[in-house]
Design a protein around this ligand. Structure first.
Ligand code: FE2
Ligand code: FE2
Length: 300
């Protein structure tokens, strides 16, 4: 059966990893996590903190944009995939919301960031763009999260200095982003029949807007931390070098990022990182996401 046949029957290809909904995990986020939990480095910490503030509303938007098509999928097994995708994203929102409360208490204007995002995603995008377009934005965003998940897990030496609790939250999120990385894409291709150029346009827009929001929020957080203009300049220079230097955090993202622009691209072309097997084994044995994430660290 070809991909086109699949689309006419409203069915989706099988995912290569099962989507497992994990609820009620304890990351110990109520504990005494240092303000700059990533090796004492304000830029590294606030880079990930800024992403955390974008997740809850972003994931609510992804769920809504995929759900727009649920009635066009007849097969109960594939309806279940959509449901599990939504349940995973809802858990991510919940845990990041809890994490973001910490940031609010530090003085970060989390409520304002969330309100701004709600306006952009729900009052503007969902009301002015077609459902196919918002689904393409969702699939493109999921491409970014999946490739970050792959690359960060494969290059985990970067995270040696991170607080094990926060790192565990991100590793869990990364595993589940990979588990469901094909869902929005398959609905976009097989059910919504979004064309190639809209798919390309969506990723180009996401590639500009996502880092722009992250950097704006990061800068706000550095101000909240009390760094003056000159100190922030130094932090930014050092931080951008950490991100973009040869062998830096962003380098390995480029090739998987560009894969999206190949006409025949599919998220599962890249498979899943082998490290996930270790994570899943330890999770199964211990039920402890911190132990599972620590098992991936080089010195484990
Ligand atoms: Fe997520
Ligand atoms: Fe996702």
């Amino acid at each position: 059966m070809t991909a086109h046949d699949l689309s006419t029957s409203g069915q989706l290809p099988e995912a290569q990893l099962p989507i497992t909904v994990r609820e009620g995990l304890d990351f110990g986020l109520d504990g005494d996590i240092p303000r700059h939990w990533f090796g004492g480095d304000p830029f590294k910490t606030r880079f990930f903190d800024a992403m955390s503030t974008l997740f809850p509303e972003g994931e609510r938007f992804f769920i809504a944009c995929v759900r727009d098509y649920k009635d066009q999928i007849g097969d109960p097994a594939h309806k279940q995939i959509l449901l599990d995708f939504a349940r995973q994203e809802a858990q991510h929102s919940k845990v990041h919301n809890a994490f973001n409360h910490r940031l609010s208490r530090q003085g970060v204007k989390v409520d304002k960031i969330l309100a701004n995002q709600r306006r952009n995603l729900f009052d503007i995008a969902r009301k002015t763009l077609t459902k196919g377009h918002t689904l393409a934005i969702t699939a493109a965003s999921e491409h970014i999260t999946a490739l970050m998940s792959h690359t960060f897990v494969e290059n985990r030496h970067h995270f040696e200095d991170a607080d094990p609790r926060v790192r565990a939250m991100y590793v869990w999120h990364a595993v589940e982003e990979v588990e469901h990385k094909g869902v929005a894409f398959d609905v976009m291709q097989q059910v919504a029949h979004v064309g190639y150029w809209l798919r390309v346009w969506a990723l180009l827009m996401v590639s500009i807007q996502f880092p722009m929001f992250v950097f704006q929020i990061l800068n706000h957080m550095l101000k909240v931390d009390g760094f003056n203009r000159w100190q922030r300049w130094g932090i930014w220079l050092k931080g951008l070098w950490w991100l973009y230097k040869p062998g830096g955090l962003m380098g390995p993202l480029l090739r998987p990022y560009l894969a999206w622009y190949k006409p025949g691209f599919h998220p599962w072309d890249a498979g899943a990182p082998g490290e996930f097997q270790t994570w899943m084994q330890v999770m199964q044995q211990s039920g402890d996401p911190i132990a599972a994430s620590d098992a991936l660290q080089p010195r484990a």
